[in-house]
Design a protein around this ligand. Structure first.
Ligand SMILES: Cc1ncc(COP(=O)(O)O)c(C=O)c1O
Length: 366
């Protein structure tokens, strides 16, 4: 049943998606549900089975998405339930510890060249570059790797994926479920790369606590399959869409985004100051209020400060400061404050970090 809130939200999402040309929107209930919708639409539209994603990406843990969650530490939870097999993986540009031992920017995005090299030949099930055969429906990635540890790749990452997708006739799907909706200082995180995606998936903050997800796509993709191809009783229900209408108006307003950037810049300035005084900080990723901190035992060797990371996380809880610990090497701080956090609260956070970094540095002789 159509209803006014859904019509209003659809108009807004279509107008603000950042996707060029005519777009359409379809609804789900959770983030994973939205990702499944996008993947099914991509396979249906292209007639191809494979989906590519990056190691470290998180796209959900439902039956349809668990294979797309390239994070190794999730697999023990799935066992013995095997994921979707028609999925390929490539390395995410984790430049601080490049998987190919290169240095950005001199590397010329070697990781993407290596991915393209895989597709060039006929040795993989995905493509036969020589004979122009493509079995891949889409490349599905997060613009920034959130659940892995708040990693921000170079802007060339999505640009290269767009180029590769176009070259082989694959769709490019961007998962904006965590990095989107203003956190990076732009409405969508992919906008930092200036690309034109084929589909984006949003959820999480969109409902402000009420479950909703939405897939916004170039119109022809969602028009390919018949109405009712993806249905769910609660998808796009009145309450969720009303919440979405409110949230989207707030987070997409120019003033709000300006404030996010201002708060983020203030936080970053204070973190840079901490970095000067605390050797445990190896690297900081930041855009807007999206911030990840990598902790190391030694800045030269970059040895991950695994024990110290756990110590700081546990001590933070005692100081009533909650954040998630993550990272490929269990040594990252994922900082996800509310977008309307004030500088007074951030000052308190900095004071706690200052104290706890100091404690960890003496305890672990860093
Ligand atoms: C980037 C990303 N994609 C997909 C999901 C899955 O969303 P949900 O937990 O609502 O199924 C999440 C959840 O954390 C996420 O961060």
């Amino acid at each position: 049943m159509p209803h006014e809130e859904r019509v209003k939200l659809s108009e807004k999402l279509v107008n603000k998606s950042g996707i060029k040309g005519k777009t359409k929107v379809a609804y789900g209930v959770t983030g994973s549900d939205g990702i499944e919708l996008a993947v099914r639409a991509a396979r249906y539209y292209t007639g191809q089975p494979y989906i590519f994603t990056a190691y470290g990406d998180y796209h959900g843990v439902t039956y349809g998405t668990m294979g797309l969650t390239g994070k190794g530490n999730m697999q023990p939870y799935f066992y013995p339930i095997l994921p979707d097999k028609a999925i390929g993986y490539f390395h995410f540009p984790y430049c601080y510890r490049c998987p190919y031992d290169k240095e950005y920017p001199g590397c010329d995005m070697y990781c993407m060249k290596s991915f393209e090299r895989l597709l060039d030949g006929k040795e993989s099930p995905y493509t036969d570059g020589v004979n122009n055969i493509n079995n891949v429906a889409a490349i599905l990635v997060s613009p920034f790797q959130s659940s892995a540890g708040y990693y921000i790749p170079p802007v060339e990452y999505l640009q290269e994926l767009r180029r590769i997708a176009d070259r082989f006739g694959m769709l490019l799907i961007i998962d904006e479920i965590q990095a989107g909706l203003g956190r990076s200082g732009k409405l969508w995180a992919f906008e930092h790369s200036g690309i034109d995606p084929d589909m984006i998936v949003t959820s999480k903050a969109l409902g402000g606590g009420v479950p909703i997800s939405a897939v916004i796509a170039k119109a022809e993709i969602l028009e390919e399959w018949g109405p009712g191809a993806h249905v769910s009783t609660q998808a796009g229900n009145v309450l969720a869409c009303a919440a979405g209408n409110y949230i989207l108006d707030v987070v997409s307003s120019e003033d709000f985004l300006k404030k996010v950037n201002k708060t983020g810049a203030y936080f970053m300035e204070r973190l840079r100051d901490l970095e000067k005084r605390h050797k445990i900080i190896g690297h900081i990723d930041n855009r807007g209020i999206y911030t990840g901190i990598e902790l190391v035992n030694n800045r030269e060797t970059k040895e991950p400060a695994v024990e110290a990371s756990t110590y700081i996380r546990d001590r933070s809880v005692e100081e009533c400061l909650l954040y998630e610990k993550g990272g490929y090497y269990h040594n990252r701080m994922q900082l996800i404050p509310p977008l309307n956090i004030g500088t007074a609260e951030l000052d308190k956070v900095i004071a706690i970090f200052d104290k706890l970094f100091g404690e960890a540095e003496s305890k672990f002789k860093i």
